[in-house]
Design a protein around this ligand. Sequence first.
Ligand SMILES: C[S@@+](CC[C@H](N)C(=O)[O-])C[C@H]1O[C@@H](n2cnc3c(N)ncnc32)[C@H](O)[C@@H]1O
Length: 264
Amino acid sequence: MRVLNRLGCKADLADDVIKYFPRFDMLLSPFFGTGAIEFQFIGKIKYLIANDLNAEVFNLYMQIQNNFDALFDAVCMIPVHSGILTHAPRDKTEQAAIFLIRSNCTFMSRGGTLKIGRSNSKKITKERLKNLYLGIVDNQKTSVSFHCTDVITFFDAIESRGLEKNAFVYCDPPYFGTTQAYNVKNFTLADFENMVRRLLDTKIRFAISEFDSNEIIDIADKYGLKINILKERKNLNNRRTEILITNYSAGSEARQRYLFGGAE
Ligand SMILES: C[S@@+](CC[C@H](N)C(=O)[O-])C[C@H]1O[C@@H](n2cnc3c(N)ncnc32)[C@H](O)[C@@H]1O
């Protein structure tokens, strides 16, 4: 159901991650990005509470929720042409449309070189935009809200008491040690550890996506968290193992439920 392409998108890994999720009816996602994992729960849970510090990401979801027709028209009108890479938007709607086209139609979603190829990125973007609108605005079961703040402030604002049983947090922060490409302040190892402490304070079940670096494993061990090995990922320079750190045992029960029917 996602509409946005963006660095760090978990679409390829979604199945591997979701099978470790427990049962819940409220999903809290402080590092939402494209929502590749979270949007899969639309229509299956009662609440999706999404957050991302990046103002462009937030503005896009605001425009989809509150100003969809104007946004869709703007996406149709904007040419996929190098001129949009430098064009200054006139208003929030045009800003969201340009952000979407830049993210979806440029190489590696970096907003630089336009993609050249057979796939029609703009047509796909328009179709996905309509589907997402129907999913988040027209669905009767899941109430969706978006927020734009730092992960710690996000948890400070959440009334976590009483959520221990039915809520679940999925965290996908920028990978430790990678260069930042999100137009937000760097997410450091100290930020990671603060986040872990803040998550433990809430007493809500949580899962964090990361790579298996020594620094991250040390923090997970220090706080008695479980490390679930997902899979090895390769790129030109190195191989790294994707892990999911949890404060619960993600046993076979969660995986069976996933295979036979999703979150409920
Ligand atoms: C790895 S990406 C998340 C990818 C997402 N799971 C997906 O599938 O698209 C990390 C996201 O966290 C956001 N972010 C970075 N630092 C943050 C912070 N301190 N608080 C909240 N969001 C942050 C970035 O803007 C980015 O969208």
